[in-house]
Ligand binder design. Structure first.
Ligand code: 5AD
Ligand code: SF4
Length: 459
């Protein structure tokens, strides 16, 4: 049987896709790249906003047609699968296999059962499960905890992913060993709230290190680069910033979602911190990590957000000076407290505020990225860029970077790159040789490649 997994949503979902794909391979299925080539299509879903749900709905409509035409087997996994909303969708589109985020290891039982199979339990076995390392890749994700104990009023994740469960350091470090053996050079530690690692349901688990100490332990493994996501300001502590500064492998990048700059909105979101507390974390981070790259998540148009509240978000952006931000229009999700208790703002108000926030984000990203021109960044080049003759990757600060292929830098690897040009979204540069000289570029073969290179000629 040939199978393919289509992934929506966050890095957690990417990790879970890899986990399930490994299971499929061990069950004897062949993985293929396209739906057309597959007999079994599994859709890994996201439920955090209405848009990803709409995408899943339209894909499942198409898959139902193929199910009738050619007997395709259709599966749905991930956050949406856990919700009543998702189960209704699954019934409507005649989904055969449905697996919630806690039941991923039931995939074998589901395929064996040869009939409709729904798995929705949160099973402990997942927490000790170590998927095989991805092969031929320099970057990998490593889930250190699942679920979330917070109850932000807009968020469906505590329902879809259940309460927080931290994995043991032994299991995490064993998985890391496998990644190192497979040649992985950058690991991203994943959790809904990594700063609460080891404090499940509010209680400290005996014998489990703090997140700061886990960073130190991962740093001792010999891995070249460590990133982590995502941090909750409520649980952020200065010792994390200190551990980052003391552990050379930990990249100088912090993603600290603020959601809003207004205390009134933060209260209504039940975020459990104030603007002032958030800014004090930023001050700690900047103190211990000068030159840190900062990213955030912001929701605009939360119910009851006034123009004055929104102005507080804009001026917080200026006060922090973020390098980048993920910005979302509030989406009322059935099953969340804010959906139940608050009235949604008109769509035009929300989109107009988003536009203004995007202008702010672009200004800051341009300014921050431009300040990198002339600097040397350590870049993990993942592989070919869209444009022929170029490689793409990420800096330690998570900036996307594009370089021309050069003699000595033809393939993936970690290289020093001198930045020559910046846009709000991208840094362009040239790989440096051992004496700091730019390596000679490889000749570009096609006129298309030459044309693409011209906007980069400032490099
Ligand atoms: N509407 C809009 N954005 C949301 N997020 C989570 N729930 C919602 C929602 N209901 C955003 C938050 C979170 C990111 C993953 O998605 O900013 O940090
Ligand atoms: Fe990831 Fe949240 Fe979407 Fe689930 S709902 S896939 S945890 S972003």
């Amino acid at each position: 049987m040939k199978a393919t997994v289509i992934t929506y949503g966050c890095q957690m979902n990417e990790y879970d896709t890899h986990l399930v794909e490994s299971q499929l391979v061990s069950l004897g299925l062949d993985l293929v790249d396209t739906i057309d080539a597959a007999d079994f299509v599994l859709v890994n879903t996201c439920a955090v906003r209405g848009k990803p749900v709409d995408k899943v709905r339209s894909l499942l409509g198409d898959l139902r047609r193929q199910k009738h035409e050619r007997g395709l087997v259709v599966g749905m996994m991930g956050c949406l699968a856990q919700l009543e909303e998702g189960q209704q969708i699954a019934r409507k589109f005649e989904v055969d296999v449905l697996l919630g985020p806690g039941s991923l290891l039931d995939i074998g039982a589901a395929l064996e059962s040869n009939q409709r199979f729904w798995g929705l339990q949160f099973k402990d076995e997942l927490h000790d499960h170590i998927p095989p390392a991805p092969q031929g890749r320099l970057q990998a994700h490593l889930t250190i905890m699942r679920g979330c104990d917070h109850h932000c009023t807009y968020c469906i994740v505590p329902t879809t992913r259940g309460p927080q469960v931290s994995r043991t350091p032994a299991s995490i470090l064993k998985e890391l060993d496998g990644l190192l053996e497979a040649g992985v050079q950058e690991v991203t530690l994943l959790g809904q709230n990594v700063n609460a690692y080891g404090f499940d349901q509010g209680a400290k688990i005996a014998g489990i290190p703090s997140f700061a100490d886990l960073l130190r332990a991962v740093g001792r493994s010999g891995i070249r680069r460590i990133k982590f996501t995502t941090s909750h300001p409520m649980n952020f502590t200065e010792d994390v910033a200190i551990a980052m500064s003391e552990t050379p492998a930990v990249c100088e990048f912090v993603h600290l979602p603020v959601q809003s700059g207004s205390n009134r909105v933060l209260r209504r979101m039940a975020r459990e911190y104030t603007r002032e507390k958030y800014l004090s974390h930023i001050a700690d981070i900047k103190k211990h990590l000068p030159g840190v790259v900062l990213a955030t998540d912001i929701i605009v148009g939360f119910p009851g957000e006034t123009e004055e509240d929104f102005q507080h978000t804009l001026d917080l952006y200026d006060e922090v000076g973020y390098d980048s931000a993920y910005m979302f229009i509030y989406s009322a999700r059935p099953g969340t407290p804010s959906y139940q208790h608050f009235t949604d703002l008109p769509r035009e108000v929300k989109t107009e505020r988003l536009q203004r926030l995007i202008v702010k984000q672009k200004e800051w990203s341009q300014r921050k990225n431009a300040s990198k021109v002339g600097s040397i960044q350590e870049v993990l080049l993942r592989g070919n860029a869209h444009a022929e003759g170029f490689l793409e990757g990420h800096s330690r600060g998570n900036h996307p970077v594009v370089v021309p292929k050069a003699l000595g830098a033809e393939t993936a690897g970690i290289y020093p790159v001198r930045i020559g040009h910046a846009t709000p979204h991208m840094l362009y540069g040239a790989v440096l040789g051992p004496n700091g000289e730019a390596l000679p570029e490889l000749p570009r073969l096609t006129p298309e490649a030459a044309a693409v290179s011209s906007p980069l000629s400032m490099v």
